[in-house]
Design a protein around this ligand. Structure first.
Ligand code: SAM
Length: 465
């Protein structure tokens, strides 16, 4: 057993990428998870945690870089929690994401021999995110090169968090995963906010006015929504500001203000005020248009969503007459996408506004064979009198409640499609159904380039006899 100690500096050969995005090295059988390292690197690192079976270390210096390393596009990449894998080639990101889906099925689910196809690449490796949420703070986290600059404003930042630190916010001036025009738009809004005379929010004090700047983009119409999230309403300041934003950026067709006095760091307001333009934007997946309000859930990679839903359609293999259940239906995008291929689709969703959006999206698209039920899955599903031919499941990161799994096994559809943004909970849920359902194939789909996150779609068929 290794005798390494906490705070020890050590040279490590990183041989693999671990679940969660860190490099993995081994010393005398001890697994060492290494921040900011890539498989193939030799690094000098400092141990900051030591447990019986594993240790955690932070890279201090890359002594010999892996051939898979690339120069990050972003100057904040080494410090920002947004993209942890920008220094890894996109090809290798896809390779490790595929591997991690297979490993989760095997090690967490105990499901062996499943065909996991190579991850489908995102149609765009950069500029793919249609929604970004920037935090406002009165205490800016400085980059090493900013520390020595006396002119840097220290009591204001609008940006993204340092990984794992709720109160450390970098002042971000350029973000490469959002649409190109979003960075100048954010910088214009920053200048407006700094000139407003109203204070930034303190993430510890919970005092201050400006809380978040959220930008949403429609790929199909190439227009933006700006959502200014504040602690108080102040239309005398915000309305003229919204007009100036729209004059400077004519592609901004909507500026709204969400007001929240809650301490929790979420950008959803208790009250929403339309400041200028339209109350919502629209985007398309396939031939369908979807309304997106400031707080609607919508897949964050629009072009990627089309690939994802294409795979769902392929695995659902609908012939036209089936009754389909769509569990965790959000704003109804999957049911509407599949509506032409099924006889009827029932979506179930816990968020009231999402169900309202789903119904409205059906009206907008002339879809008449989808209905949506509101409530917690574990309450709604048992009360439902329906014999589905196919069930589509797209749960939140935490996966399914065991009661929901039990109910699904009683409903016993012939085919199921399981969509997940968390391979670990997917593996756990599929394991619970594995006695009754064979996992025929799994397709990872990369919706989140430069992060270690991966979406996956599994095709399930009921076992005979
Ligand atoms: C990953 S999203 C899927 C949304 C949708 N399928 C899509 O592609 O846009 C998961 C959804 O599950 C909903 N949800 C979370 N917990 C739930 C529960 N206990 N019962 C019903 N829906 C729930 C969330 O509100 C969210 O809309």
């Amino acid at each position: 057993m290794s005798d390494i100690r906490k705070r020890q500096e050590i040279e490590l050969d990183v041989t693999d990428m671990a679940f969660g995005g860190r490099g993995l090295a081994r010393i005398d059988g001890l697994a060492v998870f290494v921040d900011d390292a890539v498989a193939g690197d030799r690094v000098r690192a400092r141990i900051f945690k030591k447990k019986k079976r594993h240790a955690e270390a932070k890279t201090l210096e890359v002594l010999s870089p892996s051939s898979d390393r690339v120069e990050p596009a972003c100057i904040y990449a080494a410090h920002c929690g947004g993209c942890k894998w920008q220094h890894l080639s996109y090809e290798k990101q896809l390779f490790y994401k595929t591997l991690q889906v297979g490993e989760a099925l095997e090690h967490i689910g105990g499901i062996e021999g499943v065909s996991v196809l190579p991850a489908l690449a995102s149609p765009r490796a950069f500029h793919y995110r249609n929604k970004m949420e920037f935090t406002c703070t009165d205490s800016r986290w400085l980059l090493p090169e900013e520390l020595a600059n006396p002119d840097v404003i220290k009591d204001a930042a609008i940006g993204l968090h340092v990984p794992g630190a709720f109160d450390r916010v970098l002042d971000i001036h350029e973000c490469h995963i959002q649409p190109e025009m979003a960075s100048p738009l954010l910088n214009f809004i920053r200048e407006e906010i700094l000139a407003s005379g109203l204070p930034m929010y303190g993430l510890r004090s919970h005092e201050g006015f400006w809380r978040f700047v959220m930008l949403r983009h429609s790929l199909i119409d190439d227009v933006f929504m700006v959502n200014l999230v504040t602690k108080e309403a102040d239309e005398s300041i915000l309305k003229p500001m919204a007009e100036r934003i729209r004059t400077a950026f004519p592609k901004v067709c909507s500026v709204v203000n969400n007001v929240t006095r809650r301490k929790a760091g979420v950008a959803i307001g208790e009250e929403e005020i339309l400041l200028s333009g339209e109350p919502a934007i629209y985007d398309a997946i396939g031939s369908f248009r979807f309304k997106i309000s400031a707080n609607s859930f919508f897949q964050t990679n629009t072009a990627g969503a089309e690939k994802l839903y294409g795979k769902v359609a392929e695995y659902a293999d609908l012939k036209g007459g089936e009754k389909v259940l769509d569990l965790y239906s959000g704003t109804g995008t999957i049911p509407i996408f599949l509506s032409e291929k099924a006889s009827e689709i029932t979506g179930i969703e816990i968020v009231e506004s999402a169900v309202a959006d789903a119904r409205e999206n059906c009206l907008e698209n002339g879809v008449e064979n989808c209905r949506f039920l509101l409530g917690d899955m574990k309450d709604v599903l048992p009360a439902l009198d329906i014999q589905p031919d196919v069930i589509i499941i797209d749960p939140p990161r935490a996966g399914m409640h065991p009661d929901v799994v039990s109910r699904i096994l009683v409903l016993a559809p012939e085919r199921m499609v399981y969509v997940s943004c968390n391979p670990a909970t997917m593996a756990r849920d599929l394991a619970m159904m594995h006695k009754d359902y064979e996992v025929l194939e799994v397709q990872p789909v990369d919706m989140f380039p430069h992060t270690f996150h991966i979406e996956a779609v599994a095709k399930l068929r009921r076992r005979q006899g």
